[in-house]
Design a protein around this ligand. Structure first.
Ligand SMILES: NC(=O)c1ccc[n+]([C@@H]2O[C@H](COP(=O)([O-])OP(=O)(O)OC[C@H]3O[C@@H](n4cnc5c(N)ncnc54)[C@H](O)[C@@H]3O)[C@@H](O)[C@H]2O)c1
Length: 297
């Protein structure tokens, strides 16, 4: 018995890296999988490669069911065909994992409009596109599981990633909105900030061999759980992976308030800011090692 026996899943960008491992894991848990991947370079240029077909063969070799799809998530009509591939091949859609991604890192003053638009189109618009097509089917079925892949770059900020950080923060925002809107219909919507050595992160290790806790496959079991019936009580959450740990992010919320009857003048704000809100200033960016306090056995 697998966590996903009888379920049908779509995983976008599943031909390589983290998405490939998610597709293999969902199939291993019994789901029939649409392996979507347009087969582009890290920056989004066409290659003629067909990683989706390769992953389908791997799933089938392991005894699972999978069909490839080569449409781009960034095109609204094409995204509809990705979802239709699930219903056409397997008759239903239970799980959607929005994982497809590209990067075009530049500092803000060097980033041109094309680099901004291309990254937004795949991550932010692409996530809207697939969910917009999938949600009505899930609503009619009274059941659905949506997992959106976000990143600390958007949740906390990361140098050189204006476009990517904007898109990944938008994915967090859409996750909250859709959790509210779709939760009423038995559909959960959660976000996961994964980690792992893929072509997207290979520069982080400067060519050195990555440590075992950077295996991109380590993200997939959490996604498989969120995609299962058992996770019905988890909705609108942002989860993550660091090392061998799964983590949960705090939803942004007000942590302090300064209040004055009738409001403030700018000079009054300047006089009082430091002693009240100024005591709660927070660092931005990714911490060097967020597992502070982790106990070694
Ligand atoms: N690698 C990490 O440490 C890390 C950290 C945080 C978030 N992420 C996110 O995880 C996801 C997977 O990243 P990865 O590291 O596996 O990258 P990857 O480059 O190995 O895989 C991404 C896949 O998406 C496909 N793709 C790109 N544009 C597409 C489109 N328009 N339509 C369909 N498929 C498309 C690519 O062909 C590629 O196979 C991305 O959303 C990424 O932003 C990765």
């Amino acid at each position: 018995m697998g966590l996903l026996d009888g379920r049908v899943a779509v995983v976008t960008g599943a031909g390589r890296g983290i998405g490939r491992d998610i597709a293999l894991c969902l199939a291993g848990e019994g789901a029939k999988v649409v392996v979507n991947d347009v087969g582009v370079t890290l920056g989004g240029e066409g290659t003629g490669e067909d990683p989706a077909a390769t992953v389908c063969r791997e799933i089938e070799a392991a005894g699972g069911d999978a069909v490839p799809n080569h449409d781009s998530v960034s095109d609204f009509e094409a995204a509809g065909r990705i979802i239709a591939t699930a219903t056409g091949a397997f008759g239903r859609l239970d799980v959607l994992v929005n994982n497809a991604g590209i990067v075009r890192d530049r500092t803000l003053v060097k980033m041109d409009e094309g680099d901004y638009d291309a990254v937004i189109a795949v991550h932010q618009k692409g996530t809207f596109n697939t969910v917009r097509h999938a949600a009505p089917l899930m609503k009619d079925a009274g059941y659905g599981r949506i997992v959106n892949i976000t990143s600390s770059a958007g949740l906390r900020g990361n140098f050189g990633q204006t476009n990517y950080g904007a898109a990944k923060a938008a994915i967090m925002g859409m996750t909250f909105v859709w959790a509210l809107e779709l939760g009423r219909y038995g559909i959960t919507v959660n976000a996961v900030a994964p980690a792992g050595l893929t072509r997207m992160t290979e520069n982080l290790f400067g060519g050195a061999e990555a440590p075992p806790d950077q295996d991109p496959a380590l993200n997939a079991p959490l996604v498989a759980f969120l995609a299962s019936e058992q996770a019905s009580y988890v909705n609108g959450q942002v989860l993550g992976r660091t090392g061998f740990a799964y983590t949960i992010f705090q939803t942004p919320r007000q942590v302090a308030a300064m209040w004055r009857d009738g409001g403030w003048t700018p000079a009054e704000v300047a006089d009082h800011f430091h002693e009240v809100l100024g005591q709660h200033l927070q660092p931005v960016g990714m911490p060097a090692h967020p597992l502070l306090g982790k106990k070694d056995d």
